[in-house]
Write a protein that binds this ligand. Structure first.
Ligand code: MEV
Length: 431
């Protein structure tokens, strides 16, 4: 089929309903009725899509599920996750419940600081001198920003300091300023402040600001979580508890020392964290960028988690910057994000980050245990069976029945799924 021949005249200025019409009517419709319904025909959802992004055409429904059984800082938690990947929710629920039976996960977070960056090319003065002048004058910054920051200060947040550094290689002064953004992600506020400081910096230095923007590095949002499990809880298949503990630490060593494995290891961690970010309409890309940059902070990409053994227990820990928000942006606006936050009892932003860290750690535990135990495929394939059943045409309760038949058969492909579905329907007719 030919791709959508964009640009369609008038597309940008049309309403979402007009756009859906444009792509689904003659002379050469790209979408048919089932494409329209797959991208939602619900008028309220279409209106929402329209005000959220440009050129909206519909929505992409991603399943929203619940990872159950977590105990985080003594609070039982069900965690909403939006993901297209089977086994993410099952794996998180498995590890979350196992760890909960042995004391749960504990976390710690810092104050929610985000950082703005301004890169300044000095004028006639030497760079190091400009840097000194800026540092001497930095007391003036909170005064300059006070009206912008007044609402945030009223909520307990606001300005928390400024640094300036001469970057010889770049030939620029880099200014970093920090804001406590409380429950927000802070991107808009930081960017507004960064641009407000621009003329002041240029006047003071006689130089020119090249750019001013938030950094997604989010080092001020470092979040930690940890758990421990007795060897007796680790037994898996033919491997004893102590063997599993050793194997898991060796599995972690691989991710620690080999960046090629660390990427997949951390991707598994982000399976949970990004799904929570999506369920709550947080900035998934910002959170992922922060996490992966942190994994490479020492110049070599490595694991975001650590595992070790102490006194017949396996310990697991994670440390990662998690700039989650619970107000502003998509979070404050999207009704589905609000519904997801209700599941968590409306946490603060730092609590949500702590839940995300615990979730990422549990997700990683589940993957590492499966990989160093019986292997990942058996569990995955059973869940994949649901998709195969759907693709083969199963609907309603046929899906789970066909899934069971596929697992029993052990051959996971469409022809087998179709054959088993025919047999299933045949049996139904006979009975
Ligand atoms: C799959 O989405 C995630 C895993 O590959 C993670 C890992 O290998 O640690 C299972």
């Amino acid at each position: 089929m030919a791709p959508l021949p964009l640009p369609i005249p008038g597309f940008r200025k049309s309403s979402i309903r007009q756009r859906r019409n444009l792509v689904s009517t003659s002379p050469d419709p790209v979408w048919n009725a089932s494409d329209l319904s797959a991208t939602s025909a619900d008028p309220a959802i279409l209106d929402l899509a329209e005000v959220m992004v440009e050129n909206a055409l519909g929505v992409m429904p991603v399943p929203l599920g619940i990872a159950q059984g977590f105990l985080i800082d003594g609070v039982q938690r069900a965690i909403p996750l939006a993901t297209e990947e089977p086994s993410v929710i099952a794996a998180a629920s498995f590890a979350g419940s196992l760890i909960a039976r042995h004391g749960g996960i504990t976390t710690s977070t810092a104050e929610p600081l985000m950082t703005g960056q301004i890169y300044l090319e000095p004028g006639n003065l030497p760079g190091p001198e400009v840097t000194q002048v800026l540092l001497q004058q930095r007391e003036g910054v909170p005064v300059l920003l006070s009206s912008i920051l007044q609402p945030m200060a009223a909520r307990g947040g606001g300005y928390r300091g400024l640094e300036a550094e001469w970057l010889e290689d770049l030939g620029m002064v880099r200014v970093h300023f920090h804001l406590d953004v409380r429950d927000a992600m802070g991107a808009n506020l930081i960017n507004t402040c960064a641009e407000a400081l621009r003329p002041w910096l240029e006047e003071l230095s006689g130089g020119s600001v090249i750019m001013a923007i938030l950094t997604n590095q989010a080092l001020g949002r470092l979040t930690r979580a940890r758990f421990s499990l007795p060897f007796s809880a680790l037994k898996r298949g033919t491997f004893s508890g102590p063997q599993m503990a050793q194997r898991m630490v060796r599995g972690y060593d691989i991710a620690r020392l080999d960046p090629a494995r660390a990427v997949t290891h951390n991707k598994g961690i982000m399976n949970g964290i990004s799904s929570l970010a999506l369920a709550t309409a947080n900035d998934t890309r910002g959170i992922e960028a922060a996490a992966h940059a942190y994994a490479a902070r020492n110049g070599r990409y490595t694991s975001l988690t650590r595992y070790w053994i102490e006194e017949e227990r396996l310990y697991g820990a994670i440390e990662v910057p998690l700039p989650f928000a619970v107000v502003g942006g998509g979070v404050g606006f999207h009704p589905a994000a609000q519904a997801a936050l209700k599941v968590l009892g409306h946490p603060s932003a730092t609590e949500l980050s702590a839940i995300a860290a615990a979730l990422g750690l549990a997700q990683n535990y589940a993957a590492l245990a499966a990989l160093t135990g019986e292997g990942i495929q058996s569990g995955h394939m059973r869940l994949h069976g649901g998709r195969l059943a759907y693709s083969a045409g199963a609907r309603g309760d046929e899906i789970s029945r066909l899934q069971t038949l596929l697992s029993r058969d052990g051959t996971f492909n469409i022809p087998t799924a179709r054959r088993l579905l025919e047999e299933l329907r045949g049996e139904k007719e006979e009975s």
